[in-house]
Design a protein around this ligand. Structure first.
Ligand SMILES: NC(=O)c1ccc[n+]([C@@H]2O[C@H](COP(=O)([O-])OP(=O)(O)OC[C@H]3O[C@@H](n4cnc5c(N)ncnc54)[C@H](OP(=O)(O)O)[C@@H]3O)[C@@H](O)[C@H]2O)c1
Length: 298
């Protein structure tokens, strides 16, 4: 299909809304015609970056020439906004595409606009979007997972012209587990880095997780080259029961708040070490007994 400039509206001028607007206008060449958001502040921030015809706090102000709507509000608002859009009389639903950006919700939450004739999709940026100023070079590399109405895959390739390789289709039934994996890879990784910082602080060591960056980087490199089972090293993989006991005792005495997360990850690591055939069934079960004996200990 030949390139066509689409008229796009962003509903929810937050971090992801701003990222989509930049991708679609500055990289692909579409026109952002409207922004709808909750506060004057988010609207002001958005219009400083993008020249739009309509900027409003009311969804009913969506202009009739809009062809693609990205709902980039918090997940909890998406269904109600889709319903509000479905009630707008002057929209041309037969030529309308509506997306939301949630990783966990499916396009089913857009059923009200779909029943008016719009094509619908959930398009999730596989990225941790924490600010408003990603460079064009960074944005170009972002991958998106997509699921939605039957025609949405072809339409999305048209809208994301020349970026079809960035769009990966998934099935509705896969979304929740897919999102759990994203949460492990991003949010829980950040939480673990915070745990590292807190442990250093508790030990009166004057550095934070950045000191461990070489260790973190080589672990990522090994996991990508060898796979996430074969890359495993450390005391559990070596079968060092005594080291695990030292860790558990120290945490019990000096940082009991961390015992639950240490124990949970230890149990998972024992499973992986066994899968790697680094430890025998007998040693794995001794380790599990040891770790379990500290769970719930005061
Ligand atoms: N951040 C990420 O890393 C990330 C990654 C992938 C997917 N997502 C998904 O992207 C979506 C947006 O997340 P985000 O991180 O961009 O959130 P965000 O930065 O908090 O932005 C949400 C925006 O929606 C606006 N808003 C809230 N309720 C609204 C309503 N009823 N009507 C119109 N606008 C409303 C807010 O306006 P005010 O600022 O004026 O209150 C805010 O600007 C979510 O579905 C999320 O799951 C996020």
């Amino acid at each position: 299909m030949a390139f066509k400039i689409f008229n796009i509206a962003i509903v929810g001028a937050g971090r992801v809304g701003t990222l989509f607007a930049k991708f679609l206008s500055e990289i692909i060449g579409h026109k952002i015609v409207a922004v709808i958001s909750r506060s004057d502040e988010s609207i002001k921030r958005f219009v400083q970056k993008f020249k739009v015809n309509t900027a409003s706090k009311s969804i009913t102000d969506l202009p009739s020439d809009v062809e693609v709507i990205f709902i980039t509000t918090p997940d909890s608002a998406i269904k109600d906004i889709a319903w509000e859009i479905s009630q707008i009389e002057n929209l041309n639903f037969k030529n309308l595409v509506v997306y939301h950006a949630s990783g966990v919700l499916t396009s089913d939450v857009l059923s009200e606009v779909q029943s008016r004739g719009a094509e619908v999709g959930s398009i999730h940026p596989v990225y941790s979007v924490s600010h408003f100023d990603y460079s064009v070079d960074e944005i170009r590399k972002i991958k998106f997972t997509l699921e939605g109405s039957p025609k949405i895959y072809d339409i999305t390739k048209w809208i994301f012209y020349n970026f079809d390789e960035n769009i990966i289709s998934i099935d509705k039934s896969q979304k929740i587990l897919y999102h759990i994996a994203c949460v492990f890879a991003s949010n829980y990784l950040v939480s673990l880095l915070n745990t590292v910082d807190e442990i250093f602080k508790r030990a009166n060591l004057n550095f934070d997780h950045k000191f461990l960056h070489p260790l973190i980087e080589i672990s990522l490199k090994n996991a990508s080259e060898l796979g996430s089972v074969n890359a495993l090293t450390g005391p559990i993989e070596r079968g060092d029961l005594e080291t695990i006991k030292l860790h558990l005792e120290e945490l019990q005495n000096k940082f009991p708040e961390i015992l639950p997360v240490y124990s949970s990850l230890a149990i998972e690591t024992i499973r992986i070490a066994f899968k790697k055939k680094s430890i025998s069934m007998n040693l794995a079960s001794q380790m599990l007994d040891l770790v379990s004996s500290y769970i719930g200990k005061k």
